[in-house]
Design a protein around this ligand. Structure first.
Ligand SMILES: Nc1ncnc2c1ncn2[C@@H]1O[C@H](COP(=O)(O)OP(=O)(O)O)[C@@H](O)[C@H]1O
Ligand SMILES: [Mg+2]
Length: 175
C-alpha cells in the first residue's frame, strides 16, 4: 500500500480516563515486536496513554514516566512492555548504549515517547500517535492523531477503530 493511504484518524479525549481507555483498547491488540511512537509536548498525555496501554496488556505494576531512567520494562502482563522516553537522549549513538534495538526485538511491545527525535527509531515504528492540546477548549481536551507507518500499523489501527466504534455503540444500548 502506498504511504499516502496508510490508515490515519483522529480521536478526541476530554479526560485522562478517556485517554487511558483508548490506551487500554490499543494495548489489548498489541503483538510482540510492535513499536509505537508517542509525540506531543510535555504534559500532552503520552505517559497517561502508556499507562492505559499497560493496563490493556494486563500489566498490574504502576507505570511511571521513564524520563530519568530512559527505559522501564514491565513483565507482569500478557506481553512485556518496554517503555522508553527519549526526551533526554542527546545523540542517536546512545540508542546502542540503551540497547534500544535489542529491546524492541525481545518479544514484547515497545512504546517510545519522543521517538520522533531520531530517524533510526522512526524507521522501526509501526504507528505514531501525536497528542495535541486543543487551545481555546477545556484544559483536559486533547486530540490524538494516529497514523500507521507500515502494514502492521494499518492492521493495528483498523482494529483499534473497529473496537472503539463497538464500545461507543454499546453506550447507546439501553439497559
Ligand atoms: N485528556 C487528557 N489526556 C491525558 N492527560 C491529560 C488529559 N487532560 C489532562 N491531562 C493531564 O495532562 C498531564 C499529562 O501528563 P503526562 O501523561 O505525563 O504527559 P507527557 O508524558 O506527554 O509529558 C497530566 O497532568 C494529566 O492529568
Ligand atoms: Mg511522559
Amino acid at each position: 500500500m502506498p504511504e499516502s493511504v496508510r490508515t490515519n484518524f483522529v480521536l478526541r479525549s476530554d479526560s485522562t480516563a478517556a485517554t487511558a481507555q483508548i490506551g487500554r483498547v490499543l494495548g489489548a491488540l498489541l503483538a510482540p515486536g510492535d513499536v509505537l511512537l508517542l509525540t506531543g509536548d510535555l504534559g500532552a498525555g503520552k505517559t497517561h496513554l502508556t499507562q492505559g496501554i499497560a493496563a490493556g496488556l494486563g500489566i498490574t505494576d504502576a507505570v511511571t514516566s521513564p524520563t530519568f531512567n530512559l527505559e522501564l520494562a514491565y513483565e507482569s502482563g500478557r506481553l512485556p512492555l518496554y517503555h522508553f522516553d527519549l526526551y533526554r537522549l542527546e545523540d542517536e549513538d546512545q540508542l546502542e548504549q540503551l540497547d534500544f534495538f535489542g529491546t524492541i526485538e525481545a518479544g514484547g511491545a515497545t512504546v517510545v515517547e519522543w521517538g520522533d527525535r531520531f530517524a533510526a527509531v522512526e524507521r522501526l515504528a509501526t504507528v505514531v500517535i501525536e497528542i495535541a492540546l486543543l487551545s481555546g477548549e477545556s484544559e483536559d481536551a486533547r486530540e490524538l492523531r494516529l497514523r500507521a507507518l507500515d502494514e502492521r500499523g494499518d492492521e493495528l489501527l483498523t482494529g483499534l477503530r473497529a473496537r472503539l466504534v463497538m464500545e461507543r455503540a454499546r453506550d447507546y444500548v439501553a439497559d
